[in-house]
Design a protein around this ligand. Structure first.
Ligand SMILES: [Zn+2]
Length: 340
């Protein structure tokens, strides 16, 4: 099916190969960039995993990632200013980040080793971890940010995870910040990561939490829905099953202490009611960070305690024995230890 220009759609089955039927959840459009098309979200009645179907094919989905796509811009390394003010900021920031820890990039305690970042964008996280003694490399689907990360001196494969080559040496830590939901074949990609990982490796992923109250309230106006670039919409339970089938055991869930999703979702609702200027101001406010992040932190903290913020960071361990039926027949619980 062709919807506009060169964009082709394809129907997608549940990646857990469930035999059951699907339930219709909602229809929505690209609220982030206003690109053409309407997309449906279906929920597998057997495993509960939600997916965008039909969705743009792997060849045509690239048009939904414009050059100003947020993560590409937000991960560029900026030149450090040498003013006294930025010097003070650099001194205060580590302390502020410790007190107001949003858990956005929460990592297991481990010694530096080999790190692979899936969806490394322009390379700021690779750069940070290299500074901490890690040997880093990345995979980035979009060519321009991949080249930007490469210019920092890091080995970055420009292409989709599904076609990425195996690292020369096994990796000890694999991270993917808000990337799993974008992958067209999450189970195949997780299996690949399992093969690339050392025996004690950790996998750390952040994903939107479609099991949160935010999704219940905002539905197609939920900021983290991001149709059609989000191919899957995970809850702690469905993510546990996908990880297990991909060869990983979920160990911890950190619900992120952030209300950015909530505020932008409110902005979407306002814009859809015709209050464009107010919506725009709210969006700008959500992304401005600064003092408002700190003022709203207690709200975010409380929501996170109850697992109701729109994003979660999960830690998973490599499964030693990935054979047998237990991979698919998950217990139905989120499995891992829940942390706010
Ligand atoms: Zn299923």
């Amino acid at each position: 099916m062709v919807i506009s220009g060169d964009i082709c759609l394809e129907d997608v089955a549940c990646p857990l190969n469930c035999p059951g039927e699907d339930e219709f959840v909602l229809t929505g459009c690209d609220m982030l960039h206003g690109s053409p098309g309407e997309f449906s979200v279906l929920k597998c009645r057997s495993c509960g995993l939600m997916r965008t179907s039909p969705r743009p094919t792997s060849d045509t989905i690239v048009s939904y990632y414009p050059p100003d796509y947020g993560p590409y811009v937000g991960t560029r390394i900026e030149q450090q200013s040498s003013s006294w003010f930025s010097g003070i900021k650099n001194l205060v920031r580590p302390l502020a980040m410790r007190v107001f820890d949003s858990k956005t990039e929460a990592l297991p305690p481990m010694r530096p080793g080999r790190l692979l970042e899936i969806g490394c964008a322009s390379g700021s996280f690779l750069h940070k971890m290299a500074g901490r003694g890690w040997q880093v490399e990345g995979v980035e689907f979009s060519k321009q940010p991949a080249e930007a990360a490469g210019r920092l001196g890091y080995k970055v494969y420009a292409g989709q995870m599904e076609t990425a080559p195996e690292p020369v040496n096994p990796v000890d830590l694999i991270v993917g910040w808000m990337v799993l939901e974008h992958l067209m074949d999450p189970v195949g990609s997780l299996k690949k990561m399992n093969e690339w990982a050392s025996p004690d490796a950790w996998l750390v992923l952040s994903v939107p939490n479609a099991g949160s109250i935010e999704f219940e309230i905002f539905k197609d106006k939920w900021y983290a829905l991001q149709l059609p670039t989000h191919c899957y919409h995970f809850t702690p339970e469905s993510l546990t099953k996908v990880l297990r089938l991909g060869g990983w055991e979920l160990e911890n869930i950190h619900h992120q202490r952030s209300v950015t999703n909530l505020i932008v979702s409110l902005a979407y609702v306002m814009e859809s009611k015709g209050w464009k200027r107010l919506g725009k101001r709210l969006r700008d406010f959500a992304f401005a960070g600064g003092i408002f992040f700190y003022l709203l932190f207690p709200v975010a903290w409380v929501l996170a305690v109850f697992g109701q913020t729109g994003r979660m960071t999960v830690w998973a361990r490599k499964r030693v024995d990935t054979s047998g039926p237990s991979l698919h027949t998950g217990s139905g619980s989120s499995g891992g230890k829940i942390e706010e």
